[in-house]
Design a protein around this ligand. Structure first.
Ligand SMILES: [Zn+2]
Length: 496
């Protein structure tokens, strides 16, 4: 939180004058916190000069010595806390505004009007997910089909009456927290499952608009499926023009944490809602505050926990990092292996090792690409350090994600989703203070990763791995990528 960095208009990489391989130049670019990020992923498109624009360097030390970096022009030296986060997303109900109880009571009234008897506590644990998911999760698919629409409408009406009659109020400390966030140079957005009209109702009761408080407002109307699906979080990030990896969502419910996790954003939780501290930790919250005042007091600690490395991600950088994993996958395939590659980067963004699947060579089914990279780093005695980034061309399995947690990986970026055995949805966060569930950003250059498997099947197709690859291709075929995932909440449902 105390590293100075420089804001510059121009940044030169004098590639022509040094004998540095393009790959390591790209790796060093990974350590640049930049909003210009003209990082070409194709070698032929490498540019000597990066485009003009605002750009921040995380410290000169972040660059490997051997790479010559021309002095930046118009260097404006400003000092503010080094942070790789660029935006804070905020949930509304139960986080900024004290409405959880009003929602529970309105649901109970709606359910009773339709002749369903459900206890207060059963509804309370569902608060935070959208009404589109709540009815079927509490009463089943048949009731959803029969009365879902009616129940949601009735809930809306009872809720409206209640808010109009009783009013609504912000939790203490909202204004101060927003000030702290802005003061740290971060942008803000609302990310709520509530529909726009519900938000307008609240604004009327509160006497102010959310648009007057934050930079962007994403509601349930901007999302295909409500929380715990990642869509609202993704919509808010998109509005801000930021990747989820540089955003953290502040929320009170397990569904906030789940939607942040699925989008690749960090989760910061407050325990003023119905979820307990333990539940929030296991769901993957990176930092937990008692309330907004506590969050404000410990904001530096919260953002440091949310993002441990010094790399500030954007889409072109993420794609450039994936280059290393795809390259390793191709290398493996050239040696007769299934094309899965991985690369491990330090928290400064420098490449520590890359590896590929070695099951054929070793006869060891656990010789996965990620493990190959981890073992190389260990064999060379390199230190992984905080904030490490694991990039894999295929969604890592539970074993590799477990290993990633053991070595303290902060961010996992993967290419193709592995619906049958991918570990990202099956992992629970550890409760130990030093190990955290990595932030996981999926489906980066997934098409290119998938293409490698198609080629493998046509050229090699080793019998032992053939069924696995055939299933993978069948489950990731056209129209199967980025499907909404409203109903696979086994873990959260178990808590309900
Ligand atoms: Zn694995």
């Amino acid at each position: 939180m105390s590293i100075a960095h420089f804001e510059v208009d121009w940044l030169y990489f004098n590639i022509g004058s040094v004998s540095t391989p393009i790959a390591s130049v790209r790796t060093s670019i990974a350590s640049v916190r930049t909003s210009i990020a003209l990082v070409s992923t194709a070698h032929s498109r490498e540019s000597r000069r990066l485009a003009p624009g605002a750009c921040t360097i995380a410290t000169r030390a972040a660059f490997p010595e051997e790479i010559a970096v021309a002095p930046p022009r118009h260097a404006v030296c400003t000092v503010f806390p080094a942070m790789t986060l660029r935006a804070i997303l905020l949930d509304v109900d139960g986080t900024l505004v004290d409405t959880n109880e009003a929602h529970v009571l309105a649901w109970l009234e709606a359910l009773e009007a339709f002749g369903y008897r459900v206890g207060h506590d059963r509804i309370a644990v569902e608060i935070g997910k959208g009404g589109d998911l709540l009815v079927s999760d509490v009463l089943g698919k048949d009731v959803e089909k029969k009365d879902g629409e009616g129940l949601r409408k009735a809930h809306g009406e009872f809720y409206k009456k209640r808010i109009e009659r009783d009013g609504a109020s912000f939790f203490p400390g909202v204004e101060e927290l927003l000030e702290t966030i802005r003061g740290a140079g971060l942008r803000t957005a609302i990310a709520t499952s509530s529909k726009k009209k519900d938000l307008e109702l609240l604004e009327k009761a509160l006497g102010r608009t959310f648009e007057s408080m934050v930079d962007k407002v994403a509601t349930g109307d901007d999302a295909e499926v409500s929380k715990p699906a990642p869509h609202v979080v993704e919509a808010a990030c998109k509005m801000l023009g930021e990747d989820p990896l540089v955003c953290a969502l502040v929320g009170d419910s397990l569904f906030d944490t789940a939607s942040a996790r699925r989008a690749g954003a960090a989760s910061i939780a407050v325990t003023q809602g119905f979820a307990t501290r333990e539940e929030l930790v296991e769901a993957g919250a990176r930092f937990i505050a008692r309330d907004l005042g506590h969050l404000r007091e410990s904001f530096g600690e919260a953002v440091a926990a949310a993002s441990r490395g010094k790399v500030s991600f954007d889409s072109s950088l993420i794609e450039a990092l994936m280059d290393h994993a795809l390259e390793a996958a191709r290398e493996g395939m050239a040696k007769g292996e299934v094309p899965i590659g991985a690369a491990l980067f330090s928290g400064m963004g420098s490449l520590l090792a890359s590896g590929h699947n070695r099951a054929c060579e070793t006869g060891d089914v656990t010789a996965h690409a990620e493990m190959d990279a981890f073992r190389k780093v260990a064999a060379e005695g390199k230190e992984i350090g905080p904030g490490a980034i694991l990039v894999s061309s295929l969604e890592p399995c539970v074993m590799c994600l477990g290993a990633a947690m053991e070595v303290g990986v902060d961010v996992v970026i993967y290419g193709l989703k592995a619906p049958a055995d991918g570990g990202t949805e099956r992992l629970q966060a550890p409760r130990s203070p030093e190990n955290m569930l990595p932030r996981i950003r999926g489906e980066v250059r997934a098409g290119e990763s998938r293409e490698l498997f198609v080629t493998w099947l046509a050229r090699l197709g080793t019998p032992a791995q053939r069924p696995y690859v055939e299933q993978l291709l069948a489950e990731t075929g056209k129209g199967k990528e980025k499907k909404p995932e409203p109903k696979d909440e086994a873990k959260l449902e178990g808590k309900g």
